[in-house]
Write a protein that binds this ligand. Sequence first.
Ligand code: H79
Length: 436
Amino acid sequence: MIKQIQLIGLLILLSSSLLIAQQEVPYSSISKKTMEGFMDKRFGMFIHWGPVTLRGTEIGWSRNHGVSQSDYDNLYKKFDPVSFDADAWVKTARDAGMKYLTITAKHHDGFCLWPTAYSDYNIMNTPFKKDVVGALAKACKKYKIKFCIYYTVLDWYDRRYPLHNDGNTVPDPKADMQQFVQYMKNQLTELVTNYHPYMLWFDGNWEAPWTAAHGRDIYDFLRKLDPEVIINNRLGKGTHEVMSAATTGDYATPEQKVGGINMTDPWESCITLCTQWAWKPGDAMKSLQQCIRTLASTAGGNGNLLLNIGPMPDGRIEERQAARLREMGSWLKKYGASVYSTKGGPFLPDSVLAATRKGNKIYIHLFQKPAGPLKLPAVPGLRVKKAYFLQGDKVPFRLEQEQLILSLPQQLPDENDAVLVLEMDKNAESVPLIRK
Ligand code: H79
């Protein structure tokens, strides 16, 4: 009897430890230090590019939606971006104040921008015949911009992948996921060993053939290739927006929106400068104000911004897009201290302001001038020593009933984002979030 009870006890113990062994946190083994280095960068360039720019429609998605499959799949034969200049692209990123760059090595359409040995559908079989990924990796090294690679999981072109079209849900019986995953591993080995990316940006993980187990297998495979390469959270299943137990990857990737404030999990919002990811002639472009406020709000939520541009089929970045990025760069030259290497908060971001902090300084990114003085809740345990506009005048302030009251001038010094500095008597980086 006692033996039986002991046995049952042992079984319970075993099963509960098995439960504990099940994944309760994201599947990620990156070092905290590497992620801190990534999050300090705050601003990167996303580039969506490929033969589809010859049609000016959306990359991947317009295949069989507006552009026929046979037309789409033959565009590469005419892709000859003679004006492509990797140095020019990277300098555009650098001059915008961006610290990293991510290129679509392969999007959902399956076309490869590097000379892969594992598919003929690649840049060497276009009239251009030059390694775009390699040229960018080299230029990034030259200009000290971290080089990153976008590589999507799903591939509507490759016959080994079971679905051949967006919206298609009936798997091709002739497809073979095992072979397809091997193809992915071969290509990822090429990309990691030849170009040494700082980060890998996966996508296209939502279709049924891709499983959580596939994601973990690729994650482990990559970790063996490079223990330090950062991997976004689109290898597993579940939402991209936040980290969860279903996540495989190192950071969350809200898309086309600023992510919610999060002081523990790293995240990066990817947002397009125009409306399309790939170049579209005459596409509507965001104003400088929208761009600056998007960056400030992202930093205010403790996240990074990966701002996307789509270069033209001839290889140039549209002058108006380059000009907008230069304007961002000028703004960051002046106000960069309130963005790079900061933490978000302690005040929660909203449409009026976003807050960032570093050491003893709290930066208030003011988007709107309140009717009267600016009123903020006092920061518990910390005292304001000085208040002034970054690169500007002093701001008179007083404390009244647990409220900090700042007297603003008639006109804010920057109409897009007036950055106020509150110099505190102590380090403000670990102050808990404050609701206004
Ligand atoms: O690579 C970019 C997108 O192509 C890809 N992720 C970013 C980084 C992406 N994957 N899923 N989605 C975007 C969401 C799908 C949105 C869609 Fe649409 C709405 C697909 C079809 C309608 C956006 C708008 C894409 C085409 C039109």
